[in-house]
Write a new protein. Structure first.
Length: 208
């Protein structure tokens, strides 16, 4: 009971917090990647959970430094053994989560449908900035030969069509989507890789 009272006090003391425009941009971009927005029930506020492999611990620590005023605890490292015959390996991740606060509710509303599935909002072009794109790239982007991919397998084919359109019209990047085992991935053509890098370079951490 004491813990529940402390947790309620800790959350209620921060319920008035608002987000800066910079943090809003970062959340928008991160929601396209690994960031999740969780609600315990329909009447509760939303909390954000940031999670990466331990290889990206500097990135998680950076994010925590930005959002620590909205959190109740520091990042934690967790390990899990994958016992599937083709894996048989221990995986380590590092994560932190915010408190459940009113200022995060809009991201749950924007990025999740009524079934609790993450989606691409149809107004994404209005929301996504270069800063947001940069954090999305740090979350889910990777180089492959001369091109650049973004892991977007969780989204539908029609959502990939929308993403490609946004990349082309808003950022002037030539790209497409490629079929992968579990879905599709955004593919930035080699002719636009340098342009992409120049756009996001001001926000990229040295870790990347």
């Amino acid at each position: 009971m004491v813990y529940k009272l402390y947790r309620f006090y800790r959350t209620s003391a921060k319920a008035h917090l608002e987000l800066t425009p910079e943090l809003d941009e970062i959340i928008i971009g991160s929601m396209l990647g690994d960031l999740s927005a969780e609600k315990r029930n329909d009447n509760s506020n939303t909390r954000l959970q940031f999670k990466q492999t331990t290889l990206n611990e500097p990135y998680i620590n950076h994010l925590y430094s930005l959002f620590k005023n909205y959190c109740g605890s520091k990042p934690k490292i967790m390990s899990k053994f994958d016992s599937r015959p083709d894996k048989m390996k221990e995986y380590s991740s590092i994560k932190f989560q915010t408190l459940s606060l009113p200022c995060f509710n809009k991201y749950r509303n924007i990025f999740y449908n009524s079934d609790g599935i993450k989606i691409i909002p149809y107004k994404l072009e209005e929301y996504l900035t270069i800063r947001g794109l940069s954090y999305w790239i740090m979350d889910d982007g990777y180089k492959s030969n001369k091109a650049f991919y973004i892991s977007t397998e969780s989204f539908t084919l029609s959502e990939h069509v929308l993403l490609v359109q946004i990349f082309k019209t808003k950022f002037g990047l030539d790209c497409s989507y490629h079929k992968h085992t579990n879905g599709y991935r955004i593919y930035i053509y080699s002719t636009s890789r340098n342009k992409l890098f120049n756009l996001v370079k001001p926000y990229l951490l040295d870790h990347f």
